[in-house]
Ligand binder design. Structure first.
Ligand SMILES: [Mg+2]
Length: 196
């Protein structure tokens, strides 16, 4: 079946590395929290005893917060969101970061006006990606079904969450592509080209 991107009217974005240039130094975080390399940070925390996990969760949020001031907007992000908004499409954020950090990041890169706080979903509002929970929560807040809904992200967990929710997926990564996604692009500008 051919999927037409122009039909997508409900857009869910990953934040870090998708609308921002990759700012979060996950290896530094792993180092500071004593987490082995190549292990997903949230997965590692989940299997620790609750008190230890809680302490590390707090440290993690602080480290992520510290990195926000360095954050730069991804090329094409403002143009893409402005195009989608001009078409009256729905926009939301789904991040494995916290909602608070996501809001600050959006402010830092001057994109906060495109999103309603209600549909900025962090790891405490729903089970993190690859779970479909966050997508379902956003759809329920919109009071919409999943038709013509798409998630855009730079990491395989973004694509997996979209597949788990049964929505369309766009992978955006400069150095990599993802055969599991419906579309795989190098940059956000490539999406703008498909829509115009
Ligand atoms: Mg990301």
């Amino acid at each position: 079946m051919i999927i037409f991107m122009k039909k997508f009217s409900k857009w869910i974005f990953d934040l870090d590395g998708t609308l921002t240039q990759n700012n979060i130094d996950f290896d530094r975080i792993r180092n500071e929290l004593n987490i082995p390399k190549n292990i997903l940070i949230l997965d590692h925390l989940k299997q620790l005893p609750a008190t230890v996990a809680h302490e590390l969760q707090e440290k993690l949020a602080v480290l992520e917060h510290e990195m926000i001031s360095e954050t730069k907007i991804a090329p094409g992000a403002a143009e893409l969101l402005s195009l989608l908004q001009s078409k009256n499409f729905l926009l939301a954020i789904l991040t494995r970061n916290t909602k608070e950090n996501a809001i600050r990041t959006l402010e830092q890169i001057a994109l906060s006006a495109y999103f309603s706080w209600d549909t900025i979903i962090g790891r405490r509002e729903a089970t993190p990606k690859p779970s479909s929970d966050g997508i379902n929560l956003i759809l329920s807040k919109w009071r919409e079904n999943k038709d013509d809904c798409v998630i855009v992200g730079d990491f395989y967990l973004d694509i997996e969450s979209g597949q788990n929710a049964g929505i369309n997926t766009i992978y955006v990564n400069e150095t990599d592509n993802c055969s599991l996604a419906n579309f795989s692009f190098k940059c956000l500008g490539d999406i703008i080209e498909q829509l115009s």
